[in-house]
Design a binder for this molecule. Structure first.
Ligand SMILES: [Cu+2]
Length: 157
């Protein structure tokens, strides 16, 4: 019973944090919704813990989620802040292997190390990125998947 109360307290605190208008969460609304319900994401994100930094710099721990399905990414258009450490969380909700790549395919003079991450079905991978402003093309490099529409645009601004 105590644990239930604790979870409620934490949920209330997270709710309060999200409600503060001064805190700009650039992440997609889906990300905000997840943070508001700790039970939905058992792994949690320690840096998002309200106890850790009450009212402190909300910029730490920027993260976005791009989910792999068969055969597409959701969302397909993602925006993140420039010159900021961002964690891209990559769940694979499909039944086949997928991949998240940002490389020289449709990107000219990529200003950061190429990304190439395989994601087993049911698994969740993640990658840290810190990119200058620009538009970057991402895709799944499993043969046939890009052609089937498994690609998207990462806008950094
Ligand atoms: Cu794929």
């Amino acid at each position: 019973m105590d644990r239930t109360l604790d979870r409620r307290a934490v949920a209330a605190m997270v709710g309060a944090l999200v409600a503060v208008p001064g805190i700009a969460l650039v992440a997609a609304p889906a990300g905000i919704a997840q943070e508001a319900s700790p039970e939905a994401s058992p792994e949690g994100s320690p840096q998002a813990s309200p106890e850790a930094s009450p009212g402190a710099s909300p910029v730490a721990g920027e993260q976005v989620e791009i989910v792999s399905y068969d055969i597409y990414f959701e969302p397909k258009e993602v925006t993140i802040p420039a010159d900021t450490d961002v964690t891209i969380v990559l769940p694979n909700e499909g039944v086949t292997l997928h991949n998240f790549s940002i490389d020289d395919n449709k990107n000219e003079d990529l200003p950061f190390e190429p990304i190439d991450i395989d994601i087993d079905p049911g698994a969740t991978e993640q990658v840290a990125i810190n990119a200058p402003a620009g538009e970057y093309y991402f895709y799944c490099n499993v043969p046939g998947h890009e052609a089937a529409g498994m690609w998207g645009t990462l806008t950094v601004e």
